[in-house]
Write a protein that binds this ligand. Structure first.
Ligand code: ATP
Length: 237
């Protein structure tokens, strides 16, 4: 069943056409990956789904509802959670307080169980729960950012470059968790990555964005085996 569909989406920053008519769908229970070079429009696509910036044209339908005119707090309320590039945790608040904030949209009855679930996924966060988030390593901050999003009980999780700048061992853990969330909780995930190898391996379906357009799409493993994709995005990978 289609959960999210973008049709003919165009997003501009002044004269810059970041998205030039993009069609993307995400079905319930899928991991969909978006790959593409720097500046291809990947982050803009995720942000446009959330409601800022607004597209100049096109439609975005989430679970049957047109969400194009909704601001980010409304799309969040509908169950779309974004883990933005650069994580954006609250550095002066503790790990626990960050998670508490993440949970404000969810039913408080689930709070303890959800907290335990996140601490189970990333035990280091439990150990560091009273520590200020700004003192965590980059990998731990990414774990916190993902956990904070999970605390809102999202229906759709948007992840923007979760592996950026992290050590290989941590990257592996993050991708394992993404797969696990999908497998055990049926979480629907739209993942943006420059780390094309891991991201395509994991994806049920994937899209390649180039200069604001979808230039290729297909099952993740199929794109992973595609010579053009390999040459463009997997050199040395
Ligand atoms: P990256 O991996 O570098 O984040 P991306 O694929 O996510 O790349 P976007 O960040 O969506 O690409 O950028 C798409 C285009 O829009 C680029 O040309 C970029 O320079 C431009 N752009 C992005 N954000 C803004 C902004 N706030 N103002 C003006 N132009 C922007």
């Amino acid at each position: 069943m289609t959960m999210l569909s973008l049709t003919g989406v165009r997003t501009n920053y002044g004269p810059i056409e970041a998205l030039r008519g993009v069609d993307v769908t995400v079905n319930q229970g899928e991991i969909v990956t978006l790959i593409g070079a720097n500046g291809a429009g990947k982050s803009t696509l995720l942000m446009t789904i959330c409601g800022n910036p607004k597209p100049a044209a096109g439609s975005i339908v989430f679970e049957g509802q047109d969400i194009v005119s909704l601001p980010p707090h409304e799309t969040a309320r509908l169950g779309i959670a974004q883990v933005p590039e650069g994580r954006r945790i609250f550095p002066r608040m503790t790990v626990f307080e960050n998670l508490q904030l993440g949970g404000t949209l969810a039913d408080p009855a689930h709070f303890e169980a959800d907290l335990d679930y996140c601490y189970g996924l990333f035990p280091i966060l439990k150990q560091r729960r009273e520590q200020r988030a700004g003192t965590l390593s980059g990998g731990e901050q990414q774990m916190l950012a993902i956990s904070r999003a999970l605390m809102s009980r999202p229906r759709l999780l948007l992840l923007d470059e979760p592996s950026l700048g992290l050590a290989p061992l941590i990257i592996r853990r993050i991708f394992d968790v993404i797969a696990e969330l999908n497998r055990s909780r049926g979480m629907t995930i739209l993942l943006v990555e420059q780390n094309a190898y891991h991201a395509l391996k994991l994806a049920h379906r994937a899209y390649v964005l180039q200069q604001g357009l979808v230039v290729m799409q297909g099952p993740g493993p199929e794109l992973l085996a595609n010579p053009e994709v390999r040459a463009a995005y997997l050199e040395g990978g």
